[in-house]
Write a protein of this length. Structure first.
Length: 369
């Protein structure tokens, strides 16, 4: 028995010397030819020998790369949080060279046993797959094992929209028209905007004479600091129409904001934030502050199943139920395409499709004897 060894160079990360070995059975006379053949095969294949660095090391490298690429702070905070909870405790210490598809499945199973939704498991899987894809491109691994072990299939999102009388109850209990929470609820239910978009809204974005509101930034809070970010896509930047009733709501808000400022004795900044908690209107409010306030309000009304984001769902479903075209609803919500809207609000689209079937059936078949 003979053992052949060939030098493979240095580890791409640690720079330690690496060797490949091969056991061969044969005579001393045939050994040189067998060795030459095996070395030639190694040179021809030029295999990538994975690094001995750990999964935890790779994730940190990939996170740093994503931050340099400009990924939003809230997304990075979410990535790091999921990795810390579900990836690092299970396979974080494992060397990349020893990683197999079953290790990825172990992460899936642990999350499933903990009662995590399939969508959450898919998010953790996407993090791992993205990091390993980055490692594959850098030749730190020879395969992406996450691509070989798919996550659970994504089911349809569970959209829970409040009824109209529930929205009325929320407004009635939120305080006087124009106050912080009352205005936030009214804007969310009519504009269909996200909490972050509402918190990023400034008075210069609103044209009451033209009847429009421009949504082009979103407030976020990461590591205790509140900042602003642009939408993920260009379609996220949008101008939406408002009717005279909502225009009056915004006038009430402006008057309420000016009145509070005068009571405190400060001066409003040049371009205040519409939903700012500060008397001078400076600085975007924290979206989670409004979410917390909404949570207390809904609980007091026995509507614990609702969230502030539910008002966005209300706007979408009401528009679809009232026959507003899917493309118009998609544009108002800032979705990338009508297909995205249809995939989320299938019940509203299905209802309109039934009406369409009735219309066409009546038109085509009314001449039958």
């Amino acid at each position: 028995m003979w053992e052949f060894r060939v030098y493979l160079g240095r580890d791409p990360v640690s720079h330690k010397h690496r060797w490949a070995s091969h056991t061969w059975h044969g005579t001393r006379k045939a050994a040189p030819r067998a060795l030459a053949k095996w070395v030639a095969e190694q040179d021809a294949d030029k295999p990538v020998v994975p690094t001995a660095k750990s999964v935890a090391w790779l994730l940190e490298e990939w996170f740093a790369r994503q931050e340099r690429a400009g990924l939003s702070p809230t997304t990075m905070e979410r990535y790091r949080g999921k990795a810390a909870l579900w990836i690092l405790p299970i396979i974080g210490s494992k060397a990349l060279k020893d990683l197999v598809p079953g290790d990825v499945d172990d992460v899936h199973l642990a999350m499933k046993e903990a009662g995590k939704a399939d969508s959450t498991i898919r998010q953790a899987h996407a993090i791992l797959r993205g990091a390993l894809g980055y490692a594959l491109g850098r030749e730190w691994v020879d395969r992406n094992v996450a691509a070989m072990m798919p996550p659970p299939k994504q089911g349809r999102p569970n959209v829970l929209a409040p009824e109209l009388d529930e929205v009325h109850a929320l407004l009635a209990a939120a305080g006087e028209p124009g106050c912080d929470l009352w205005t936030c609820i009214a804007l969310a239910a009519i504009l269909g905007a996200r909490a972050g978009e509402l918190c990023g809204l400034r008075w210069s974005d609103i044209d009451l004479d033209a009847g429009t509101v421009r949504l082009e930034r979103s407030a976020y809070t990461a590591k205790g600091v509140t900042g602003l970010k642009a939408p993920k896509t260009e379609k996220g930047k949008r101008v939406v129409a408002i009717d005279p009733l909502l225009a009056e709501v915004l006038r009430d808000r402006r008057a309420w904001q000016v009145g509070r400022n005068e009571r405190v004795g400060t001066e409003l900044v040049e371009d205040p934030y519409v939903l700012s908690f500060w008397s001078n209107g400076d600085g975007p409010p924290r979206p989670d502050s409004y979410s917390t306030a909404f949570g207390k309000l809904r609980s007091s009304l026995g509507l614990g199943h609702l969230h502030l984001h539910s008002l966005r769902h209300f706007a979408a479903t009401e528009l679809l139920d009232q026959g507003i075209p899917l493309a118009a609803v998609s544009q108002r919500l800032g979705h990338g395409s009508p297909a995205t809207t249809a995939s989320i609000y299938t019940h509203g689209v299905r209802g309109r499709d039934q009406e369409a079937a009735a219309v066409l059936g009546a038109r085509v078949l009314t001449t039958r004897a």
